[in-house]
Design a protein around this ligand. Sequence first.
Ligand code: MG
Length: 359
Amino acid sequence: MDDLLTIGTFAKAARLSPKALRIYDELGLLLPARVDPVTGYRFYTPRQLEQARLVAWLRRLDMPLARIREVCTLDAPAAAREVRAFWAQVEADTAARRDLAAFLVDHLSGPDQSQDPGAPQNGTRLRIRCAVLTDTGQVRAGNQDAAYAGARLLAVADGFGPGGDLASAAAIDALKPLETELIPAGSLLNALEDAVSRAGRAVQDLADDEAGTTLTAMLWTGSQLALVHIGDSRAYLLRDGGLFQITHDHTMVQSMVEQGRISQAEADSHPQRSLLLRALSGDRAATSDLRLHEVRAGDRYLLCSDGLSAEVPLPELRRVLTTVADPEEVVRELIAAANRAGGTDNASCVVADVLPHQE
Ligand code: MG
């Protein structure tokens, strides 16, 4: 058996304070090898040094105690996977909070915005020019996608199950009243959240529990786009030549990527890649992602169903979006590309360009 070290010697070797070691003991994170029954003095073995350092590092990551306890029981490769999964979750949470903070800063420092489309923002008046197209594809008998581009609302929904076409149409219809409602700037996200609840209820009111739909939609306010998203349809932003996916797929494979269990390339070709973790469905309510997105003149937005994003390779998507000027022509070319690639699913897209307002 290893020689026992006093708490003072062990603390010095582990570069921790005796107080920290006593706390780790009380929390069950690092138990002493022996506690003197008379004096209560704690003793440790040199082999516990590594675990003591690991606990200290995990505490510095603000990992919850229960999770630290679990990591300490794992071998090194499994512990590495667990730390990677924990950190991916922290980054996802931080990104969501960053969006909210950016919105609050903008909201608190700007003048009260009316919801008039084309309202002045930083002295610039903006407008959008958009186009929409949905297509059955080469294989499916019917089209369960729905897509819409109105004066203020852009939306794509991908229905599934029996009556999936009704579900996708009902979800978009439930958002349409937002196009004509006057919404105070501070209430925009709440109004959108209410509309999504309406969409969820509309889908649940349809007959079949198995039916459901994704929904990715943007509401244009004249200076901002409010974004709502659930499922695996996507929104992309083309800005300054860079193409960014601004939604997060609610799929099983995407969560496996974030946990470090599979690579992005493996996810893209995974046979179960369309298995959804969240959707508006007949049998359960699920939360949507909601956020506000500051727009700039020159931005181009693409909303699309997975029949387009899964079929058309990213370089081709980027080529069409960067080289074709007219949104009507862009949607036609993108759908044609999906069909050339096999057209195995229904494909839909909305393209919207943000332009300076014409005087
Ligand atoms: Mg689809």
